[in-house]
Design a protein around this ligand. Structure first.
Ligand SMILES: [Zn+2]
Length: 396
């Protein structure tokens, strides 16, 4: 890596320009070399060289089959991002499951796999994650694919180096060198990063899910804990130490509610999964999602449960109004347990948001439900794994 402040070398410039071409193809679809030069601001000769190199590694194809448009002179052949054999591997470790998603360069999902983890109340080890990761990668490599990078989504705080889990209370992990563990399992052939699960899910919603039409969005996880992933101008907002989005412990909940962190009045002590269950008087099921489905079934016939969920929606809306005032998202996406309960929670939350917006001149963010289900975090992790290719940091 070039030290900060020193001039970019030829190789670095070449990679950056390659990343520019790849991003232009991913964002706006197939284009001729001339059109790519216009999109990227690069000279046509430079685009030609890059496209030639990318075609050799089968990252792009130039289509000969497209017939020329009449009356336009010699047409260019459209360059299409294919990259079917160049993959990013996204992984997720959670309290009760591990998941893997592999994405190709064009953003197509190649593999999705989830395995339940039975821990009998003990903190999960990394064994099941490592087994899933190595199984999936081995079979992809055996099929002729290249896994360029892997990223693991973790429900907890991840250090700024994107390699160390600093604190994952629901997994019982403190200061765990998870990236190094996986890289060793991959025999040193696949650089691996770690990221927070809400960040990964936010990235997935922005690239594949409920927020693809906006550049600024906020994603909120709904499990026992509440966390946010913030996307601004299409990029994750991370903050100084990488902990931006830890919104669950903002002191905006019921001042008398005791939080898992030991404090009073945290937001997640009012709107987290356990707070919701206490409000509706029901027990936790096997997973947050199953729990929410059971509560939704009850709500369909029980007015008291519906009323309790509406109150929760109001609490949710108050917190979202605070976040919206700070971040100005175009859309807010709710994930996790909120999804099955959306029809009972979202109208109240949206109403609070409308009531709290200081001026009609301010855009009211729309509250949406995640469309990606349980694989959102692993899918976003796979996008994260490909980010180094699109930035030009990885040479194909
Ligand atoms: Zn707390």
């Amino acid at each position: 890596m070039t030290p900060t402040g020193s001039p970019a070398g030829t190789e670095q410039v070449r990679r950056q320009n390659t990343g520019l071409v790849l991003r232009a193809l991913r964002a706006e679809g197939p284009a001729t070399r001339t059109e790519l030069a216009r999109r990227t601001g690069l000279a046509k000769a430079t685009v030609g060289t890059i496209v030639g190199e990318l075609a050799i590694v089968r990252a792009v194809t130039e289509d000969d089959s497209v017939s020329p448009a009449p009356g336009r002179g010699r047409p260019g052949k459209p360059v299409t991002l294919t990259g079917e054999s160049i993959l990013g591997l996204g992984l997720e470790v959670n309290v009760d499951y591990v998941a893997a998603v592999a994405l190709d360069l064009a953003g197509r999902v190649k593999v999705v796999e989830t395995r339940p983890v039975a821990t009998a109340g003990r903190p999960p080890s990394t064994r099941q994650l490592v087994e899933l990761a190595t199984d999936v990668r081995s079979s992809l490599v055996a099929d002729g694919h290249t896994v360029v990078r892997a990223t693991v989504a973790v429900p907890g705080l991840v250090a700024h180096d994107n390699r160390t889990v600093s604190w994952a209370p629901n997994l019982g992990w403190v200061s765990r060198e998870l990236a190094a563990e996986l890289e060793a399992a991959f025999d040193g052939d696949c650089p691996t990063a770690i990221d927070n699960d809400a960040n990964c899910a936010a990235l997935a919603e922005a690239s594949h899910g409920a927020a693809t039409d906006v550049r600024d969005s906020l994603y909120l996880t709904g499990t026992i804990g509440i966390g946010a992933g913030i996307v601004q101008h299409g990029q994750l907002l991370r903050g100084g130490a990488g902990f931006a989005g830890e919104v669950g412990h903002m002191p905006i909940g019921d001042p008398a509610a005791v939080c898992g962190c030991g404090r009073l009045g945290c937001w997640e002590a009012s709107v987290g999964l356990r707070a919701m269950l206490a409000a509706v008087g029901m027990e936790e099921d096997a997973t947050p999602l199953q729990t929410a489905v059971s509560v939704a079934e009850r709500a369909a016939t029980d007015e008291v449960v519906r009323a309790a969920l509406e109150v929760l929606g109001l609490d949710l809306g108050r917190g979202l109004a605070t976040l919206a005032a700070v971040l100005d998202p175009a859309a807010i996406v709710l994930g996790g347990y909120f999804v099955p309960l959306g029809e009972y929670i979202v109208p109240a939350a949206q109403a609070v948001l409308a009531e709290r917006i200081p001026s009609a001149a301010i855009h009211l963010p729309e509250i949406r439900l995640s469309t990606l289900g349980i694989h959102a975090a692993a899918l976003g992790a796979a996008e994260h794994a490909l980010a180094d290719v699109f930035s030009g940091a990885v040479s194909l």
